[in-house]
Design a protein around this ligand. Structure first.
Ligand SMILES: [Zn+2]
Length: 203
């Protein structure tokens, strides 16, 4: 699944139980993840068919008025994706969309307290899934996804396990705080030099 934005975006509110942002009530279920982007163009994360592209009237009794302008897409891989609170929609019901196609503009319609995308993933039975699992991002408020980092992280995932084991087993990584480092932690140039120096000593 690709990301719903081309550029950088931030997790404003994670999937799961939370304090309701309007009423302040604790333990209210949040069935999607709220994302805030830099460029506001909302893009299809998977190809499929547009199931709904609409805004439901608040007085209708249909709870989906809360989503404001929303687009739902029945994906080719068995998921239904919801893109909500849009300021504008760019696709019509029944239309085929391809991954990366612009579906609308991130907005503040419906039950919303600011410009963001409410992004939801369900299976065909309507069961909600943790959307962050499919986007490959942590379900954590404040996390910022930066697209230019993606290929580097992918590369790291392929190499990091072996590389870290190798460095640890030879004492190259040993030092202050080394027992609780996390993959992806930055290091200073000085630390890099020490590691290279140690590596030279044992090779
Ligand atoms: Zn939301």
């Amino acid at each position: 699944m690709r990301k719903p934005f081309d550029g950088e975006f931030r997790v404003a509110s994670p999937y799961g139980s939370r304090v309701d942002p309007i009423t302040g009530e604790p333990g209210v279920w949040h069935g999607g993840v709220d994302l805030v982007s830099a460029d506001r163009n909302v893009r299809a994360v998977i190809g499929g068919t547009v199931l709904q592209s609409r805004m439901v009237d608040k007085g209708s009794g249909d709870r989906t008025w809360e989503w404001g302008n929303y687009v739902s897409v029945g994906g080719d891989d068995g998921f239904v994706i919801y893109y909500c609170h849009l300021d504008a929609r760019a696709v019509e019901k029944g239309q085929r969309v391809s991954p990366g196609q612009i579906l609308g503009i991130e907005g503040n319609t419906g039950r919303s307290t600011g410009i963001h995308l409410h992004f939801e993933v369900r299976d065909w039975g309507g069961q909600q899934r943790n959307p962050c699992d499919y986007l490959g991002i942590p379900n954590q408020a404040g996390y910022i996804f930066k697209p230019e980092r993606e290929s580097w992280e992918d590369e790291c995932h392929d190499w990091s396990r072996d590389a870290v084991e190798w460095c640890v087993s030879r004492g190259i990584l040993k030092g202050k705080g080394d027992d609780n480092f996390a993959l992806g932690d930055p290091i200073t140039r000085e630390e890099m030099c020490v590691m290279l120096f140690r590596a030279r000593e044992i090779m």
